[in-house]
Design a protein around this ligand. Sequence first.
Ligand SMILES: C[S@@+](CC[C@H](N)C(=O)[O-])C[C@H]1O[C@@H](n2cnc3c(N)ncnc32)[C@H](O)[C@@H]1O
Length: 338
Amino acid sequence: MRCRRFWCVRVPKERGESVRGALVEMGVFQRDAAVQRGGDYLYFPITGEINVGELAEDGFSDVKLLQRDFEYTERQTFENILGFTPSYEMIGDIAVIDSEDPDAKEIADAILLMHKNITTVLGMLGPVQGEFRIRDFCVLAGEPKTHTVHKEYGCRYEIDLARVYFTPRLGTERKRIADQIRSSDLVVDMFAGVGPFAIPIAKSAKRVVAIDKNPVAIKYLERNAPLNKVGNMEIICCDVRGVAHGLWHIADHVIMNLPHSADEFLDCAMDIVKPGGIIHYYDIREEDDLFLGAHETIKHAANTCGMTARVLDERIVRSYSPHQSNVVLDVQICPIAR
Ligand SMILES: C[S@@+](CC[C@H](N)C(=O)[O-])C[C@H]1O[C@@H](n2cnc3c(N)ncnc32)[C@H](O)[C@@H]1O
């Protein structure tokens, strides 16, 4: 506890509750300092000088503004530890930051101080790479590990960040897709990873087929399905190209979360989607052509199979780089009317 001089409002005890409520509503109540009592008065510390007239107009004509010393607890903030607020992601009990930040070590220590639930801070060593879309990490602070359990919208995912792809930044998008699924739907997730699309979808769908080429991602998906009480999922470890033809026109929804190269797999998606079904197509696009180019690519792929592509929705999911965005197009694939 420390002592500091604050502006405060002196108020007769019997009016304490209503004045306190008014100060909270005005956003000026100083929560870090202890309210004082003296004689028939209460002293409410506030964040700065205010116009008592505002309170008086509300009927508090007997309140007085003055300065007084209060005991207060200094709250830890990034601002007072580091002098700035860093950017970081939290995945389960691991925080992830950019290892190239010159203040990386200080930021990592500050994160451990600020978040009691974080046990490890990892530094990203470069971008996600390769077919499996994984990246290397270094341990900057805390326990040396890359394995965690992440919670999202009531589901839990076991993940090894160094061996599988995962981002918490698509949580809202995954919920948006899961909310579209009906109990009669069959859904194919072509690039399922550890299951953050497939698992919540399986809770609403009749059946889900989840495919991934990374055997480690599949190992985690096989654990994550029962962890979330999902029993209606077929899990396939292989290149989607090898199984697409065997899933001929079975899917009401196809999830294509392989930004950068989903276009190379549109022929597989056309094999899998039912006439009238929907493809959820993810892409990384430049700011000067967010959707049109992707729409043209899907339209071309559909036309090649004697189908049409109707865009039902197009959205920016998240920013990817200063001039690029991760976008999604929900596209219905229908036979061409003759
Ligand atoms: C961007 S990650 C998305 C994972 C998951 N959908 C998610 O949101 O966390 C793409 C995934 O596709 C898998 N993948 C890449 N090429 C593939 C292919 N040809 N066939 C099947 N899976 C593939 C990778 O292993 C990776 O797990």
